[in-house]
Design a protein. Structure first.
Length: 251
């Protein structure tokens, strides 16, 4: 879906900010035949992602580097498309202007940037020293969708689309809770009892928070206009027609 929303094409340069274990760059380089670069702060993720890239035989068009997104500010290269998935929650409100300014500078005119992130509802209080802050995401700082869009637009990016995946994430988390409980014995072979219970409670609590609407997940598609031209189609039909064909058994 992310590659479809970006309309990622063969040969385009693609950057994944906070690439995790490399799944998105592998998809971009493999299925989409793009030239993909992922960056992460984790040495473990860098090593595993590089191993996955080598195993897939995509070393010529795909790479993962140990790099802070703020270090990209000095890169001279530019990208046709950029994505960030699940990393934005660690940027923090005061750093949003710099985050979006760097993304805009790295984008070619006419390029697109998809930002996928959890946001708190405007009426949801900023919690400090909560269970999740203490045991799961000690540096997590959720902002609102309004704050996200204001910062993006102030950096010179244009909002093209916003999709709320809140209900999807509740369903996903409830599936994770069920599977974690079903595989409790296997999990305990890798972690101790407190770790197992922390993640079980975290996922169950997050599902409830998504259900209440305290938090949501938004995909915000942004572009860097080229003298007023976005170079994007006028409709979104291609995003979902491809999905419909796949579900129907087509290519």
């Amino acid at each position: 879906m992310i590659c479809r929303k970006l309309r990622l094409q063969p040969g385009e340069r693609f950057l994944d900010i906070g690439c995790g274990w490399g799944s998105l760059v592998l998809c971009a380089a493999g299925a989409r035949r793009a030239n993909a670069l992922g960056i992460t702060l984790s040495k473990e993720q860098t090593n595993v992602a590089q191993q996955r890239i080598e195993q897939a035989g995509l070393g010529a068009t795909c790479a993962v580097e140990l790099r802070d997104y703020r270090q990209c500010e000095h890169l001279h290269e530019s990208f046709d498309k950029i994505a960030s998935v699940g990393m934005f929650e660690h940027v923090g409100l005061k750093n949003l202007p710099q985050y979006f300014s760097i993304a805009r500078r790295l984008l070619k005119p006419g390029g697109a940037f998809l930002n996928h992130a959890i946001a708190r509802a405007p009426g949801s209080a900023v919690r400090k020293d909560s269970f999740i802050d203490r045991y799961v995401f000690p540096d997590g700082k959720l902002v609102t969708l309004t704050q996200t869009i204001q910062a993006a637009e102030s950096a010179g990016l244009e909002v093209r689309d916003v999709e709320n995946l809140r209900e999807h994430y509740e369903l996903t988390l409830r599936c994770w809770v069920d599977r974690l409980r079903q595989n409790a014995g296997k999990v305990r072979a890798y972690v101790d009892e407190p770790a197992y219970r922390i993640w079980l409670l975290y996922m169950a609590g997050s599902a409830a928070a998504f259900s209440r609407g305290d938090i949501a997940v938004y995909q915000v598609l942004l572009s860097r206009p080229d003298r007023g031209k976005s170079r994007l189609p006028l409709v979104r039909e291609d995003w979902y027609s491809a999905s419909a064909q796949k579900q129907a058994g087509g290519n």
